[in-house]
Design a protein around this ligand. Structure first.
Ligand code: BES
Ligand code: MG
Ligand code: ZN
Length: 466
């Protein structure tokens, strides 16, 4: 069941969310307007949830987005079926205020309830109180937030259900609207076409790999095209280099890059974005078993370079290498961005609130960084110096999938540097979303517990910014 969203000049529901800066809260009893402060009060017949925005001068869209999301979860606790959200006057966070309230509210409303025997009371109606002009922006934000929820659903779903074939079905279903063209290579075609690395990673599993391509041509007059490539490991057991307890339990999140690509393509089609984008997903399950690929073995990539497999758990870079090569060769984009839950190392470096950015192109990196700051899906850039690339040279093959550096040294960078070997001179960026795709803790602001849907809003903003 989905929620109905409207804009109205006056509030109609007895539960209301309002926002106040510290200055505005000066004369209010028992409420100081601090960031993260939420109070529950009663006025006549209505329930008032007041959200603090902090000092006007330090209030940003991030503060507002998080505040709105935290407030909507209070509404969940109150078991309400409808709520009015009053858009703050005077734009305390600048031009992005209304958008931030709407995004925070919609993203905060997400819950994954499929496996709850007794689902809680759900919100049926959300009404934003403000000028009708907010409506135009609302429809676009609603679309992007719904696609973020879609990506979250895909990642939260059981790994045994969300198989490579199922990811292909999801892409095919998105194409039913007529604006996307989907091509799927099954395991037979993957072998025939020579996508040896994708084949190797997927061969240990009962559920075979897929290469999924989704094309969107929204600006036929323009020769420009962007490739977005997603890691779609539907479960990462580590393979023969099996992951231990404590590291394996969340590994259904390893297709979060693929989910972000699906969510982005769905949005571009829905908003009729004036851009050309090709999405490529390398989908496989990294399983352990008698058919699984072996550490020490050497495989050829689709592009031709050979790879010595030193760890079957460094599988993401392998499937991405073939997907990036396929994307370049058959779709000739002007630039490529890949998204991948690639390394645990990115969690050591940045934690779970910022994703790693790696690029061979300063302009592209700058634009992605800006999109991250705007959407709150933040990125921080790492270097790709020569010594990192050198550390991937193999004595028995062209490349090794684990660097020669000491164990644990610069693992996120060398993972990125491996993918770079397959990008040629094309402007390319790699986003390591292993930290941001999943929230092990409880919900914070617009980020729910479990799958976060990271990357959809970032990519849509990046691809459609003027
Ligand atoms: N899927 C993992 C990375 C990961 C870790 C994602 C934690 C989400 C949370 C990836 O395939 C992996 O196993 N990476 C290894 C690479 C290593 C063997 C070079 C890692 O980071 O330990
Ligand atoms: Mg792995
Ligand atoms: Zn993985």
């Amino acid at each position: 069941m989905s929620v109905t969203i409207t804009v109205s000049r006056h509030h109609t529901f007895p539960t209301r969310i309002v926002f106040l800066t510290k200055e505005e809260a000066a004369n209010i009893r028992d409420f100081s307007g601090e960031t993260n402060e939420i109070s529950l009060g009663y006025e006549d017949d209505s329930t008032l949830i007041t959200v603090g925005l902090g000092e006007q001068k330090s209030c940003t869209p991030d503060t507002v987005r998080a505040g709105a999301a935290n407030a909507i979860r209070r509404v969940h606790d109150l078991k309400r079926t409808d709520v009015s959200v009053v858009l703050p006057e005077g734009s305390p966070a600048g031009v992005g205020t209304f958008a931030a309230v709407i995004e925070g509210t919609l993203l905060g409303n997400y819950r994954f309830l499929k496996y709850k025997s007794e689902p809680p009371v759900m919100l049926e109606k959300i009404e934003f109180v403000g000028e009708k002009s907010a409506l135009e922006e609302l429809r676009r934000l609603e679309t992007v937030c719904a696609a973020t929820d879609y990506a979250r659903d895909l990642v939260n779903e059981n790994a045994s259900t969300m198989t490579p074939a199922r990811l292909a079905q999801e892409a095919t279903a998105l194409a039913k609207g007529g604006k996307l063209k989907v091509t799927v290579l099954d395991e037979k075609e993957i072998a025939e076409k020579g996508l040896h690395l994708l084949k190797a990673v997927g061969q240990g599993s009962e559920t075979p790999p897929r290469l999924i391509v989704i094309e969107y041509a929204g600006d036929r007059a323009s020769p420009e095209k962007t490739g977005i490539v997603g890691k779609g490991i539907t479960f990462d057991s580590g393979g023969q280099n099996l992951k231990p307890t404590g590291h394996i339990e969340t590994m259904r999140c390893d297709m979060a890059g693929a989910a972000a690509v699906l969510g982005t393509m769905r949005t571009l089609a829905a908003i009729k974005a004036k851009v050309n984008v090709v999405g490529v997903i390398a989908a496989a399950q990294n399983a352990i078993g008698e058919h699984a690929y072996f550490p020490g073995d050497i495989y050829s990539s689709y592009e031709g370079k050979t790879v010595e497999i030193l760890s079957t758990d460094a599988e993401g870079r392998l499937v991405l290498a073939d997907a990036v090569s396929w994307c370049r060769k058959h779709y000739a984009p002007g630039r490529i961005i890949d998204l991948a839950t690639l390394t645990g190392g990115i969690l050591s470096a940045l934690g779970d609130t910022v994703a790693g950015l790696f690029s061979n192109d300063d302009a592209l990196a700058g634009e992605l960084f800006a999109a991250g700051e705007k959407t709150g899906e933040r990125l921080w850039r790492f270097p790709l110096y020569r010594e990192y690339r050198e550390s991937l040279k193999s004595d028995i093959a062209d490349l090794r999938n684990l660097s020669k550096l000491k164990k644990g040294y610069a693992s996120s960078i060398t993972g990125a540097a491996f993918i770079q070997e397959f990008t040629g001179d094309l402007p390319w960026a790699h986003l390591d979303i292993a930290g941001t795709a999943w929230n092990d803790g409880s919900a914070r602001g617009e980020v729910p517990a479990f799958a976060t849907g990271y990357g959809v809003r970032l990519l849509v903003d990046f691809l459609t910014r003027e």
